[in-house]
Design a protein. Structure first.
Length: 567
């Protein structure tokens, strides 16, 4: 009876197709012969989609192609022959391929990023071949309303007559708390029935690392799998987790397959078919070594500009917040403990701050801007150990990651604030210092090209120039090395603590533009502490490294001086 009903449905579909407009594309491939489209009929639908009676591909396509985008079947079984293989990714342990009833490319069903026999990861590109007879189990959808497919997380149940070995889960144990963690079986029983989008409370799960996808030292996290017996069966994914005690991973060998771990964090059933710890989880125990839980410092501050929160106070405010909630703009003072990225291309940085500069009890600053909301122009503008006050809005991302939302900015860096009168911008090898209290004139300016001053190669004394309206002087300042002029680079090299003074005439100096040497590796534009001060008629620029030596040289080739008014 079921077969007769399927046949009636397909006759109706065929009748509709034959009476439709000729320019409407037909589903599942209609090859052209002599300018006409030949209809290749789909086979008779068979099966009920269960383990003992899997659908054939025709039956699966009939069901799935009628679904709307976003709908998902329950777990079903589909039998077919591999017709096309798009990719077998040993790195990710999955494969994307197509199956059909006759092994041709007509009326195919896509298997998108599916696992190998029994849910194991693919470890060889030759584990499947075109022509293999197969049964796949998993959930299906009609992607974007036009691509019937098995969703990610499917697995091969039968391959060329070889059935997957069904490894029973261990007995569920534990209550999920610190002193009585779930085993993996208990965690899977909790997570698997959850719909996509739902999240558990923070839980503890004990297991053995069965495989490692990635340990990213750059991002300080790792993605790996745990199971009760260390095998690739009945695994729970740990997605972008942190190291012991929530610290960043600093080496790829900090975890290995076979390690016994307890992971703490929030879990979800990603897309309704992948149980996993959500990003932001951390190792609580690694091979019987328990993370030292350092208590928060005493919360201080009120979160305003002249009385910023310390990190502990900010975490106390943010951690109880639900995903989607956002604070007002607040100020938080801390020490940079970790830097994930300074993106010159995007002009922002992601880093962490804490009260003591360690990786304990950190607050993430996600894609924040530099001082005064300016874009980052150099990777060395901040460093671990810098004392910062950050201003912006905060949230508890996904309910487990306290962070400044994108768009925050540094209010002060090592005591220097955005309220300074001099604004510094860096564009490639050009640095501009602008006195924010003055308006630069477009008429009155001077240009000093240092290679035209008649100085000798490696000259250190007497590096000064009088223009029509100002004096330019290079001085040793508090540094250990005197600035020098070099013929080879057509400019003056300023070392740590060296000073450049511009002005001293009757006009107020509103803006100074430095063009610096540029080489294959970047530019010599000083270190992150390069700053300037002004007293009206004089602007003083210092390569203000933290000590009297070291840092990055400032190699000046040309100086442009813009004044605030007519003489």
């Amino acid at each position: 009876m079921k077969k007769i009903l399927y046949s009636v449905m397909m006759l109706a579909i065929a009748a509709f197709t034959l009476t439709s407009c000729e320019d409407v594309p037909a589903p599942y491939g209609f090859p052209e012969e002599s300018g006409k489209k030949e209809v290749i009929p789909i086979g008779d639908p068979e099966g009920t989609g269960v383990q003992e009676d899997p659908y054939n591909v025709a039956a699966a396509l009939t069901r799935i192609s009628a679904m709307k985008d976003g709908e998902m079947t329950e777990e079903i079984y589909v039998k077919g022959i591999i017709s096309t293989i798009s990719e077998v990714s040993v790195e990710n342990g999955n494969a994307t391929y197509f199956i059909s009833d006759d092994g041709t490319t007509n009326h195919e069903l896509q298997v998108y990023r599916g696992r190998y026999l029994g849910g194991a990861k693919f470890n060889d590109e030759k584990q499947i071949s075109v022509g293999d007879e197969i049964i796949v189990k998993g959930k299906c959808k009609n992607f974007k309303g036009n691509t019937p497919e098995f969703d990610t997380g499917s697995e091969i149940y039968m391959l060329n007559g070889v059935m997957a070995e069904v490894v029973p889960m261990a007995d569920p144990k534990g209550t999920g708390v610190k002193g009585d963690p779930y085993n993996v079986a208990a965690a899977l029983n909790l997570i698997k029935p959850m719909p996509d989008g739902q999240m558990t409370d923070e839980i503890y799960v004990e297991g053995i690392i069965s495989s490692i996808s990635e340990v990213s030292v750059e991002n300080g996290n790792a993605t790996y799998f745990i199971s009760d017996d260390g095998s690739p069966s009945n695994e729970l994914e740990v997605y972008r987790g942190r190291y012991l005690g929530g610290k960043a991973f600093t080496s790829k060998d900090q975890i290995t397959v076979g390690d016994k771990v307890i992971v703490k964090g929030k879990c979800k059933n990603f897309k309704g078919n992948t149980p996993e710890f959500d990003a932001g989880n951390e190792l609580y125990m690694l091979n019987d070594v328990v993370a030292e839980e350092k208590p928060l410092a005493d919360p201080t501050g009120t979160g305003v500009q002249n009385d910023p929160y310390n990190v502990s106070a900010a975490l106390t405010l943010i951690k109880p917040m639900k995903d989607g909630e956002m604070t007002d703009e607040i100020y938080v003072k801390g020490i940079i403990s970790t830097i994930s990225e300074v993106s010159v291309q995007n002009g922002n940085a992601t880093y962490f701050i804490s009260d003591d500069g360690t990786t304990d009890n950190e607050l993430q600053v996600y894609r924040g801007l530099f001082i005064d909301g300016e874009k980052f122009t150099s990777e060395d503008q901040i460093k671990v150990g810098d004392v910062v006050v950050v201003k912006g809005k905060c949230k508890n991302f996904k309910g487990n990651t306290p962070e400044f939302d994108a768009g925050s900015s540094i209010y002060s860096l090592n005591g220097k604030t955005e309220d300074q009168s001099i604004k510094k911008t860096v564009e490639g090898n050009v640095i501009t210092f602008t006195d924010k209290s003055l308006t630069p004139s477009a008429t009155f300016f001077d240009e000093v090209i240092l290679s035209r001053q008649g100085w000798e190669d490696k000259q250190a004394d007497g590096l000064e120039v009088w223009t029509n309206m100002a004096k330019v002087t290079f001085e040793k300042g508090e540094g250990s090395t005197t600035p020098k002029y070099y013929d080879s680079t057509n400019g003056v090299r300023m070392y740590a603590k060296n000073v450049l003074k511009v002005g001293g005439g009757n006009l107020k100096v509103a803006k100074v533009v430095l063009t610096c040497e540029q080489n294959d590796n970047g530019t010599y534009t000083g270190n992150s502490q390069l700053n300037a001060t002004a007293d009206g008629t004089m602007m003083t620029i210092c390569n203000d490294f933290t000590t009297a030596s070291g840092g990055t040289q400032l190699r000046v080739q040309k100086i442009e001086i813009y004044y605030a008014s007519e003489p």
